[in-house]
Design a protein around this ligand. Structure first.
Ligand SMILES: CC(C)(COP(=O)(O)OP(=O)(O)OC[C@H]1O[C@@H](n2cnc3c(N)ncnc32)[C@H](O)[C@@H]1OP(=O)(O)O)[C@@H](O)C(=O)NCCC(=O)NCCS
Length: 321
């Protein structure tokens, strides 16, 4: 039985492990390995069984450390698993059962065993760079200019504004889908810096909200020291707009909002570092008057990021306020 003070995830793991073979249970939070089939907030129905009952192509629910993850089984001898799109997983973990269905909101998707054929085809095709390129283009075309009027109608009007401490829930929901930033960091920053009233605010975060209060775009500006990087000045970070609202001026609105706030806080300039091949992002910054920073600052930023293990080249842009 779970000990007193166990987290809900640990309790769930204990419950799962105690289930007799053949019993089924809905479980939430099974990792990102089945994306795009499984997204944050979706549930999986697991049938309790050991690894001996699984075959290549099944979806296994596994315990890795204190986390639950759903993976495609690629082979059983040796035991190998991969993401739905074919990226191999690190070995290890305890098999808890077979995933027999997925649930998103009211929709339930049964996972019959022939799914393995589809997964094998998907991962074989995905191994070809051409497939990835074509699929990326098809995906991008869905959010190109032609679909703008439809997307505007579907999403409705958006309000771009600075975040307050009351925006924690939509922020964490958005971050779980789109950002690689820890919820703990966001929670702390919002409570202690970004979400405070004018006089106490340090740095700032901005979001784009629909009429139901859901967040569709986000960015923040703050000192890089907040993230442990030894770089002077305040930098725009985590600028991400949900694909369904791209090309509607959301990023432009978020940046304008953050520039106004940085100016109000007395900052002389705002900086941003952008992957050198991210032309859309560079264009967005340039249209707002950001210009390339000098070579020394660009080198310092790249060195600071290289030291964290990142390898992509960054362009640094700056805007004097
Ligand atoms: C980059 C990003 C934030 C832009 O968001 P956005 O809300 O679509 O941007 P905006 O609508 O404000 O567009 C600003 C300008 O960028 C350019 N732009 C935006 N999307 C574009 C696209 N798909 N193709 C070409 N140009 C584009 C346009 O010049 C646009 O102005 P215009 O439409 O008036 O010509 C968004 O594409 C995104 O989230 N990308 C993934 C994450 C990312 O790369 N973040 C930046 C990290 S530094």
């Amino acid at each position: 039985m779970p000990s007193r003070g166990s987290s809900s995830a640990e309790v769930l793991l204990d419950v799962l492990e105690a289930l007799p073979p053949g019993h089924r249970l809905w479980v939430r939070g099974a990792g990102r390995s089945l994306f795009p089939l499984l997204r944050a907030g979706d549930s999986v129905r697991v049938m309790r069984c050991g690894p001996g009952s699984l075959e290549a192509g099944d979806v296994a629910l596994m315990r890795q450390g204190r986390e639950l993850v759903a993976h495609m089984v690629v082979s059983t001898r040796p035991w190998r698993t991969a993401s739905l799109l074919g990226a191999p997983d690190a070995p290890g973990g305890v098999t808890l059962g077979r995933v027999v269905a997925l649930r998103r909101g009211r929709w339930v998707l049964p996972l019959p065993r022939p799914l393995r054929l589809a997964q094998q085809a998907a991962s074989t095709a995905w191994a070809w760079p051409q497939t990835r390129l074509v699929s990326r283009r098809v995906w991008d075309s869905l959010f190109a200019g032609w679909s703008l009027p439809l997307r505007r109608r579907l999403v409705g009007p958006l309000e771009v504004r600075l975040l307050t401490v009351g925006d924690l829930d939509p922020l964490l929901a958005y971050a779980s889908e789109r950002l690689v930033v820890s919820p703990g960091f966001l929670r702390r920053q919002l409570r202690e810096r970004w979400g405070l009233p004018d006089a106490g605010r340090r740095g700032a975060a901005a979001g784009a909200f629909d009429a139901q209060g859901r967040m569709h775009g986000f960015a923040w500006v703050d000192s890089y020291r907040q993230e442990g990087l030894q770089l002077e000045g305040v930098w725009v970070r985590s600028l991400v707009v949900a694909p369904r609202v791209r090309r509607m001026g959301v990023a432009t609105g978020l940046l304008e909002c953050l520039l106004d706030e940085a100016r109000r806080q007395g900052q002389p300039r705002v900086l941003a570092d952008v992957d050198d091949d991210n032309t859309v992002s560079l264009r967005t910054f340039e249209r707002l008057g950001f210009r390339r920073a000098d070579a020394t600052l660009t080198r310092q930023a790249n060195e600071a990021w290289d030291a964290t293990g990142r390898s992509k080249r960054l362009v640094v842009v700056e805007r004097t306020l």
